[in-house]
Design a protein around this ligand. Structure first.
Ligand SMILES: Nc1ncnc2c1ncn2[C@@H]1O[C@H](COP(=O)(O)OP(=O)(O)OP(=O)(O)O)[C@@H](O)[C@H]1O
Ligand SMILES: [Mg+2]
Length: 546
């Protein structure tokens, strides 16, 4: 029961709840008091205990999951399945028991020995750690990046399928994942660099990740504690899907190539010799035009955030100089496993935090930035360009339309105050969360709707509009129904690039339309068939079909 288990991680943001403590590159911090879920409370190493146990490799040799369509319902299904399995985790023998395994134990054995011929292609001693080049490499090679047997098997399988040719040492070893350099060979024998992100399957910090999953329709049933191997798999899947969306939108990021359980193969962002591009944090930008470059990088990044929001319908949720790589005046977005959809109950809070963190960084570089609120509006406004150079032009216009005092010292102090106010303002995500709806409605009525922080979201976020057809085909009152973002939200809409709801309509027109639909429904209700009669008819009909 939700009441008996009031874990902060599974609750949506309460109105006026202060933003959570944010740690760069780690996302939002959980309060120290938070209980560690059972099943996750175990020492962080070794990753897996089941070395040499064939049964433990079975899922590796199962048919690959389909990632053909980016359908939200799929993930929800996975999650529901996961939840059922987890609810009896200790008594249930194995996840896939009900399904006849494609591979018998013997064939798993055979496959393992067949793969062993590739063993020499995993060469982790070849370390290219760009983050800490001076750290004792040998040390890390022996402690941090030892692969567990399952991971090794997955990598061998990827080698066997020519997804990878060889796997080299770690580019980065972190708390939640290690990233390895790899190469693949094209049909003509040419080498391509790859990166392989291996999520750690026995880590405590994954408990924190629940907040990014809970409330998102793609993970409707909420993250389940317990079976962390499955959790990590879903987490990797989330990064893979998010990467695919971002990549498809033409935003610079690693190309998603292959995913197997907790191992994700992607395009390598780095030079031909295998050195990864530096994080923006470590980038050296000098020369006479350095200021100009920093300014244009700022515009570039704000544009990327807008495009991610409007085209991919995603908020990065851990965007900072740590999760952006830099090369040749271009920014690359990485680490998107925690990125959330529009309908996540905290997506706007995360967006605001992304704006703060990136803004802070550019301000430190001496860039004259726009206020957080201005950027928030720029990113969330449905109208306007969603590609370059249009987005940069919009930003430049925002600079010129600033009050003339803004770039003076006093103006900047004022901006800091404004930013602080904005950061503490409560942003509702749904109509239910609007604190004082009557007051806000009055504001809109008095033509002051522009003062609302969430004004750009009125069309499809706070008051998600349905199309006329959808709205009139429903029995319930439209407001109530419109509040639920149903789990069946079809992501193919996103792929076709269709606008969601009626956000592109004129505001007045929308109001009139809504009124008309309401009117129509009121009329309909008068001659509505009683529910019990309808039920009977429906069941008779369906029986007739059989
Ligand atoms: N596709 C890539 N090409 C080159 N380098 C990469 C790529 N992906 C990640 N890296 C490098 O690996 C580092 C860590 O990657 P990422 O941020 O995705 O992991 P993480 O989830 O932050 O891991 P952790 O939180 O455990 O540190 C990055 O800072 C970057 O240096
Ligand atoms: Mg990172």
């Amino acid at each position: 029961m939700a009441e008996s288990n009031p874990s902060p991680a599974v609750q949506a943001a309460a109105p006026h709840e202060p933003p959570h403590v944010y740690k760069a590159n780690e996302g939002y911090d959980v309060s120290v008091s938070q209980e560690v879920p059972r099943g996750l409370a175990q020492p962080s190493a070794p990753q897996e205990a089941a070395d040499g146990d064939e049964e433990d490799f079975e899922d590796i040799f199962e048919e690959d999951d389909e990632f053909g369509d980016d359908d939200g319902a799929d993930l929800t299904k996975n999650y529901n399945r996961q939840r059922q399995l987890n609810s009896g985790a200790s008594v249930l023998p194995r996840a896939n028991q009900q399904k006849p395994a494609a591979n018998t134990f013997a064939s798993v054995d055979d496959q393992i020995s067949a793969l062993s011929k590739h063993a020499a292609k995993i060469r982790l001693d070849d370390v290219k750690d760009t983050q800490d080049r001076d750290k004792d490499k040998a040390d890390r090679a022996t402690s941090d990046q030892v692969l567990d047997q399952r991971t090794r098997m997955i990598l061998l399988q990827m080698i066997n399928r020519d997804v990878l040719g060889e796997v080299h040492g770690a580019i980065s070893t972190g708390k939640e994942a290690n990233v390895y350099g790899a190469v693949a060979y094209e049909a003509d024998g040419s080498r391509i660099q790859r990166a392989v992100k291996v999520y750690k399957t026995a880590i405590l910090s994954f408990k924190d990740r629940e907040r990014y999953i809970t409330g998102e329709h793609r993970f409707k049933s909420g993250a389940e504690k317990g079976n962390n191997r499955k959790m990590v798999k879903l987490w990797a899947e989330k990064e893979f899907r998010n990467l695919r969306r971002i990549h498809a939108a033409g935003i610079p990021c690693p190309e998603p190539i292959h995913l197997k359980l907790h191992v994700l193969a992607m395009g390598f962002l780095g030079d031909r010799r295998g050195w990864a591009y530096p994080r923006l944090r470590d980038a050296t930008i000098d020369g006479d035009d350095a200021d100009q470059v920093w300014h244009s990088l700022y515009l570039q990044l704000m544009g990327v955030m807008r495009r991610m929001y409007q085209v991919c319908r995603l908020v990065h949720a851990d965007l900072s100089e740590y999760n952006i790589l830099y090369n040749d005046k271009k920014l690359y977005i990485i680490d998107v496993s925690q990125s959330v959809e529009h309908d996540h109950p905290r997506s706007l809070e995360f967006l605001r935090m992304d704006i703060k963190n990136t803004g802070d960084f550019f301000r430190k570089q001496g860039v004259d930035t726009l206020s957080d609120r201005t950027i928030f509006d720029f990113i969330s406004a449905p109208e306007g360009a969603v590609e370059e150079p249009g987005m940069s032009e919009t930003l430049e216009r925002l600079y010129t339309s600033r009050s003339p005092t803004d770039d003076t010292e006093g103006g900047q102090a004022q901006q800091e105050v404004d930013n602080e106010v904005f950061r503490n303002q409560y942003i509702p995500q749904t109509l239910e969360q609007v604190y004082d709806i009557e007051k806000d409605a009055q504001k809109i009525g008095a033509g002051q709707g522009d003062q609302l922080v969430y004004r750009n979201l009125l069309a499809d976020q706070v008051v998600p509009a349905k199309t006329g057809e959808e709205a009139s085909s429903e029995d319930e009152d439209d407001e109530g129904a419109a509040l639920d973002s149903d789990g069946t939200d079809d992501e193919s809409k996103f792929e076709k690039g269709q606008p969601r709801g009626k956000r592109f309509q004129d505001k007045d027109e929308k109001k009139h339309h809504k009124q008309a639909v309401k009117e129509e429904k009121r009329e309909k209700r008068k001659e509505k068939m009683p529910k019990h009669v309808k039920k009977r008819l429906v069941s008779e009909k369906s029986r007739g079909k059989k």
